[in-house]
Design a protein around this ligand. Structure first.
Ligand code: PMP
Length: 417
């Protein structure tokens, strides 16, 4: 049945799709951390719709929030609703700066708005972004992202981006990775018309790369010195995924602008920009769009944040994240004989990078295929598709982590045959 549906999709939908090339199943339903395909095979979900359903599929708390908002209103532009105000108040309690909000629809839309806010306020031109960055692929964001298949479009959309190395310690060309990267940032800032910096606290699509401690702090100091905004892209790292509501909290910095999406909507499309109220000197109708700020998304966002603040979910992510990372490391050490590897992560963002002895990247597609056959949905990351990433729902039962790790170990063992 899956094969038949995939065939129909191929006939109807563009051939440029990505995910069906990795997961050749048609999904019937999902609950918690499991997915059921149309042939009734059950899979453990370590993908979470690309780090979106943080509280698990079909979570009753989220369902309740959707249902009660459906009874009230579904769409009314920027005219305030009670949920709009309530959501912003809840959100403000999670942020460590005096924030105002601008609603958007997708991650890329939030990034576009964030960059516009930085340029409008600083009156400057260039945005500094990093090598392993991913901030969306709309016309205004593709220049900020740097995955291989996006680079060919960059010349058509000159987004005035200065690209610098991310402190990627496994592949850092510098001796003192952190300080040499920061000194390049400082040099560009001093010598160019830089409007702001955009950075992911953990590089997501770029390979689940955790930068060394002090990176965000260093960027904060430099942007403060030159008086331009620091934009923290929390679209993938936010809403509890790293064990803090916002990953920037790990460095104790105060951002100027934060982009938020994915986990805040649990699958309902919503995104927004939180920015320091001092930057709110924007002209009327600065950023528009019919579907920005959907009330159902806001109800979900409000329920999600309240759940996180009133439960032990964050401690769970830290403890289980450390456990899972350690197990991946042990499994790799005992079983991966083809070359070098690197296991890294923060909370439920864990990356396992594969390379040969010379550190040339090795594609993880064959591992993904085997894992899928064994009932585990696990996706890749990294510019060279050579990183497996663990991004399960934050509520996944320990049993499904253990079961998945067993299958992961079998998979790595097979690769040596
Ligand atoms: N920023 C980051 C850090 C992301 O991970 C993503 C999506 N993977 C985006 C921006 C773009 O979001 P969207 O796909 O909703 O446009």
């Amino acid at each position: 049945r899956s094969a038949e549906i995939l065939k129909q999709q191929e006939e109807l939908e563009t051939s440029a799709l990505n995910y069906p090339k990795y997961f050749s199943i048609a999904v019937k339903e999902a609950k918690g951390s499991t997915i059921v395909d149309v042939d009734n095979n059950v899979y453990i979900d370590w993908f979470a719709g690309i780090a979106v359903v943080n509280l698990g599929h079909n979570n009753p708390i989220i369902r309740q929030a959707v249902d009660s908002q459906l009874d009230k209103i579904w769409h009314y532009m920027e005219i305030p609703t009670e949920i709009r105000i309530e959501f912003m108040k809840t959100l403000r309690r999670t942020l460590n700066f005096d924030a105002k909000f601008l609603f958007t629809t997708t991650g890329a839309d939030a990034v576009e708005a964030a960059v516009k806010i930085a340029r409008w306020n600083s009156g400057k031109r260039y945005i500094i972004a990093f090598n392993e960055a991913y901030h969306g692929v709309s016309a205004a964001t593709i220049g900020l992202s740097n995955m291989l298949n996006h680079r060919k479009f960059q010349p058509y959309y000159d987004n005035n981006v200065i690209r610098l190395p991310y402190p990627y310690e496994y592949r850092c060309p510098f001796k003192d990775c952190l300080n040499e990267v920061l000194s390049l940032v400082d040099y560009e800032m001093k010598n160019n018309d830089v409007a702001g910096i955009i950075v992911e606290p953990v590089a997501g699509e770029g390979g689940y790369i955790v930068p060394p401690k002090g990176f965000l702090k260093g960027l904060r100091e430099i942007t403060t010195e030159y008086n331009v905004p620091l934009i923290i892209d929390e679209i993938q790292t936010g809403v509890g995924r790293t064990g803090k509501i916002w990953a920037y909290e790990w460095e104790g910095i105060k951002p100027d602008i934060v982009t938020i999406s994915k986990g805040i909507g649990e699958g309902i499309p919503i995104s927004l920009v939180a920015f320091n109220k001092d930057l709110d000197k924007l002209p009327q109708a600065f950023h528009l769009g019919t579907y920005r700020g959907n009330p159902i998304g806001m109800a979900v966002g409000n329920a999600t944040l309240n759940y996180i603040m009133n439960s032990n979910l964050l401690e769970r992510v830290i403890t289980l994240g450390d456990f899972t990372k350690k197990r991946f490391d042990e499994i790799m050490e005992d079983n991966y004989k083809q070359g070098k590897y690197d296991v890294r992560g923060l909370g439920f963002m864990i990356g396992i990078e594969f390379s040969n002895e010379r550190k040339d990247p090795i594609s993880v597609k064959p591992f993904i295929d085997i894992l899928l056959k064994k009932g585990i949905i696990m996706y890749k990351s990294g510019i060279y598709d050579n990183v497996l990433r663990y991004m399960a729902p934050l509520t996944i039962p320990k049993l499904l982590i253990d079961r998945g790790l067993e299958k992961f170990e079998e998979t790595i063992k097979l690769s040596n045959q």
